[in-house]
Write a protein that binds this ligand. Structure first.
Ligand code: ATP
Ligand code: MG
Length: 399
């Protein structure tokens, strides 16, 4: 079948009628960026968008649209003149591609009320024509295997049968900004995607402790940011924080079983400071209830105490298997499982407290002046932005 359009259905934005214009234009911006370099044209209107394919492969376009938030689903579509012969011909072509022994139904949307056939008339015309010219299919009205959608609009008839689910949610840029704590593990990239799915832009913060952590571990986090940016069509700025001095101080001065709690508290304190600087209204992380000692409610309470910013934990109650599946779908999994250690793994206490008492933690922290070390680290942030690297490399090639 030669498709000439992709029909794009919007996500939850249909609920928010007042802001719809802003949502549609934010989504269009994302689609333009994701489809850069392809010979296509995007037409948006209030309740759906069409991508005019010219000669572009529809599935190449769909692959690029799959991770854009605000798109509920897409369908490759054939646009035909409002003539019976063309409609019959297209319906038959669809049917011929259906599997032997399966059932089908003609589903009609008749937006142009002046069209000479009514819904039943169209069903009868197309269904009858298919049954007459094939012998491997039967009609079934309730839950058929295939539904041939026939939309009669003012300008033309649009026909399709595939409906490919996308990310859903809200277009990026319509929900403010959050700072994602990105570790290099499986969870935090997925957490970032979930936040972005709800329209929230992110910047990322990563703590590394050279020479205890290798440059490869930091490169891996940069690669994750590349993947996340590529998949979402949004360049994520990564702030890499030198954490060695703080990490070793914590290791020396805080009792082993509370050091994880303090590490997390210091990380969150620094994340809050950076959030204020970059205009982020929340911090997000990949924590999952009960997964490890620092992720019990008591731990979260002790860690959270350092900030009044909302801490978003989109994976809080998910099963690890589901998170892994999400990471695989998203394309971050293979990079996340590369073996390079991050700072928390290396300084991991033998028996971290699952119920760290806040008073005790504060008591030990009181004997250390973290403030100057925190300020120093925040003055030495390395910033990485995926596309700036590309531009720089291109420039270097010219030299
Ligand atoms: P992940 O797979 O995201 O690493 P995890 O299950 O391994 O998560 P932890 O290592 O306990 O869990 O980390 C919990 C969360 O803390 C991470 O999801 C991440 O958001 C944040 N985090 C941990 N280490 C770092 C780091 N070095 N830099 C930035 N954030 C971190
Ligand atoms: Mg981790």
């Amino acid at each position: 079948m030669k498709y000439d359009h992709i029909l794009v259905r919007y996500g939850e934005m249909t609920l928010k009628s007042k802001n719809r214009k802003m949502f549609v234009s934010a989504l269009k911006k994302r689609m333009v960026r994701a489809l850069k370099g392809l010979d296509i044209h995007i037409k948006t209107n209030r309740d759906r968008a069409y991508i005019v394919l010219n000669e572009t492969d529809p599935y190449v376009v769909i692959e690029r649209l799959k991770h854009i938030s605000g798109i509920l689903s897409v369908s490759p579509v054939v646009r035909i003149d409002k003539e019976e012969a063309a409609m019959k011909d297209t319906a038959l072509k669809f049917a011929e591609s259906f599997e032997e022994g399966k059932t089908f139904k003609i589903e009609v949307k008749r937006a142009d009320k002046t069209f000479h056939l009514d819904t039943f008339g169209i069903q009868h015309l197309l269904g009858g024509y298919i049954l007459e010219h094939t012998n491997h299919l039967t009609v079934k009205v309730k839950k058929p295997d295939y539904m041939i959608m026939t939309e009669v609009r003012q300008d033309a008839v649009y026909m399709y049968y595939e409906r490919i689910a996308c990310l859903g949610g809200l277009p990026l840029g319509t929900g403010g900004k959050a700072l994602l704590m990105l570790s290099g593990g499986i969870d935090s990239p997925v957490a970032g995607l979930e936040i972005m799915r709800k329209g929230v832009e992110i910047e990322a913060i990563h703590f590394h402790s050279p020479p205890y952590t290798s440059p490869m571990a930091t490169d891996k986090v940069k690669q994750l940011v590349d993947i996340m940016s590529e998949q979402t069509g949004f360049d994520i700025k990564l702030h890499i924080i030198p954490f060695t001095e703080l990490q070793t101080t914590i290791y020396d001065r805080i009792p082993d079983n509370l050091s994880m709690t303090t590490t997390r508290r210091v990380m969150l304190t620094m994340s809050e400071k950076l959030s204020h600087k970059i205009g982020a209204e929340a911090v997000a992380n990949g924590e999952n209830l009960g997964q490890v000692a620092s992720q019990t409610l008591t731990s979260m309470h002790a860690i959270n105490e350092v900030t009044s910013l909302p801490v978003l934990r989109p994976l809080l109650t998910l099963e690890k298997n589901d998170i892994i599946k999400m990471a695989k779908d998203f394309g971050s999994y293979e990079t996340s499982i590369l073996p390079y250690e991050d700072c928390c793994t290396i300084f991991k206490p033998k028996a971290p407290k699952t119920k760290p008492a806040l008073e005790k933690v504060k008591h030990f922290e009181a004997s250390v002046d973290f403030e100057p070390m925190i300020d120093k680290a925040l003055q030495n942030i390395e910033v990485y932005v995926p596309n700036e690297k590309e531009e720089k490399n291109e420039f270097e090639d010219l030299l």
